[in-house]
Design a protein around this ligand. Structure first.
Ligand SMILES: *[C@@H]1O[C@H](CO)[C@@H](O)[C@H](O)[C@H]1NC(C)=O
Ligand SMILES: *[C@@H]1O[C@H](CO)[C@@H](O)[C@H](O)[C@H]1NC(C)=O
Ligand SMILES: *[C@@H]1O[C@H](CO)[C@@H](O)[C@H](O)[C@H]1NC(C)=O
Ligand SMILES: *[C@@H]1O[C@H](CO)[C@@H](O)[C@H](O)[C@H]1NC(C)=O
Length: 416
């Protein structure tokens, strides 16, 4: 008789008569078939197993509190677990999020050498409850999600295979010199919503493949020191940064997006953001008094809620190059102290402009606020006469949309 049929029959008999005397497998929680449906064992059997031994037939390496469908994934999330169960060696993706886990111990992971992804987010893990060396042995680990825990430090001893590391929403106060050492494959590091007040030099610059650094909602007073040139996305919103060193971005030519809203920036050197690939720049909710040079590649600029009194086009756009036009499509300038409407020269400088959000401006005591049309749209978009230019415009829009989503997608690798 075919082995699988034989197995199904044994299982059926076992289930229907309630005679399942074999321990180690919980039919009720892990697999809940209709009584008349054939039973498909979730374990994948290998050819040389001796099926005459019922102990082997019902041996299931999945912890009874978890669910392991056939394959490489183990689901233990949302189960009020206090401890991490034993992880079978075949498991590559381990989901433990939304539990009450406090400790990460060696004994759970002793055989878990195939692990590539581990989701421990939304637990209660403390740094001193992570057993020393527990992660170092997981040589294939690529993704570690530990956001929403009680970590005070960055876990050390992480294996060099790690590519994405999320430690957002913890209580991390600092990055130590030894942290993150050897993580030569790390592309995404998320440290948002911690209590970090300083990133000293040499901590991040060895992360030679880092593409995304998120440090929003921390306590930084200075820009993170020596970022690697590979960086493409920098998110440091809502810190207390008041100054950017003059040459800060000169070694970061790959930056696509810089998000620095809700800081204390007052002055930006005119050519600071002269970066060849910058697409999105968010400096809203700062204290800027002067505008700065807009690089050709920039498409989205947010400078709302600053102290700007004018948008000096001579500075933003010192010269017009018709063969190589500026790509700015969206500009947000509300809640500044602008006194005059946007000059029409802006549309010559930025011929791809789709929208300027002018909104309401702050006004000094006694002055009446200027009521302006909140949204200005490119005056010439619908009146374009030259057909070729019209086509170019549309291409520009399409391309912009594509790139915009690219930026967004990459910033949101996952949802908290
Ligand atoms: C690890 O694997 C060995 C050999 O397969 C097995 O005897 C042992 O019980 C496993 N340990 C754990 C904690 O799963
Ligand atoms: C594990 O966490 C990551 C990051 O939050 C998420 O993308 C993934 O969907 C989670 N896995 C499951 C099974 O929920
Ligand atoms: C800024 O971060 C603090 C925590 O550091 C948080 O309480 C606050 O809501 C954040 N503000 C914004 C505008 O995100
Ligand atoms: C704009 O900036 C240029 C260069 O700094 C300056 O010469 C000019 O006076 C400014 N224009 C206005 C209207 O402030």
């Amino acid at each position: 008789m075919d082995i699988s049929i034989k197995l199904s029959i044994i299982a059926l008999i076992c289930l229907s008569r309630g005679l399942c005397q074999y321990e180690g497998y919980d039919y009720e929680t892990d697999y809940d078939p209709e009584p008349n449906e054939p039973y498909h064992p979730p374990v994948q059997f290998t050819q040389n197993v001796d099926y005459s031994d019922p102990q082997i037939i019902y041996t299931n390496d999945c912890a009874r509190e978890c669910f392991c469908p056939p394959g490489l994934i183990m689901y233990c999330d949302n189960r009020k677990l206090k401890n991490i169960p034993k992880i079978p060696s075949r498991i590559q993706q381990l989901y433990l999020q939304f539990n009450d886990i406090e400790a990460v111990t060696m004994k759970s992971f002793i055989n878990a050498t195939s692990l590539k992804e581990i989701n421990l987010s939304h637990n209660k893990i403390k740094s001193n409850k992570i057993e020393v060396g527990v992660f170092a042995k997981l040589r294939k680990l690529e993704q570690i999600f530990m956001h929403h825990n009680d970590l005070e430090e960055i876990p050390f001893d992480l294996p060099g295979s790690v590519e994405r590391l999320s430690l957002a929403f913890n209580k991390i106060v600092r990055i130590n010199d030894d942290d993150l050492q050897g993580l030569v494959k790390l592309t995404m590091l998320d440290l948002c919503n911690n209590h970090i007040d300083n990133v000293k030099s040499k901590t991040l610059n060895k992360l030679g493949r880092l593409m995304q650094l998120n440090m929003c909602n921390n306590k930084l007073h200075f820009m993170p020191a020596s970022l690697p040139p590979s960086l493409m996305y920098l998110s440091i919103e809502n810190n207390s940064i008041s100054n950017i060193p003059d040459d800060y971005f000169t070694n970061l030519p790959n930056l696509l997006a810089v998000r620095m809203s809700h800081n204390n920036l007052e002055e930006i050197p005119t050519k600071m953001f002269n970066l060849p690939n910058l697409v999105e720049l968010n400096l809203g909710h700062n204290k800027l008094q002067h505008v700065f040079f807009i690089p050709r590649s920039l498409q989205h600029l947010y400078i709302e809620d600053n102290e700007l009194e004018s948008l000096n086009m001579t500075i933003m756009c010192p010269k017009i190059d018709h063969s190589n036009t500026n790509r700015l499509t969206y500009l947000r300038v509300d809640q500044n102290k602008l006194k005059a409407p946007i000059s029409t020269f802006a549309y010559l400088c930025f011929p791809n402009m789709q929208r300027i959000y002018y909104g309401e401006q702050k006004h000094a005591e006694g002055e009446t606020p200027k009521v302006q049309e909140p949204m200005l749209t490119h005056p010439s978009v619908s009146e374009e006469e030259d057909e070729d230019e019209d086509d170019d415009d549309r291409e520009g829009i399409a391309e912009y949309r594509h790139e915009e989503y690219g930026v967004e997608d990459n910033f949101n690798y996952y949802s908290y």
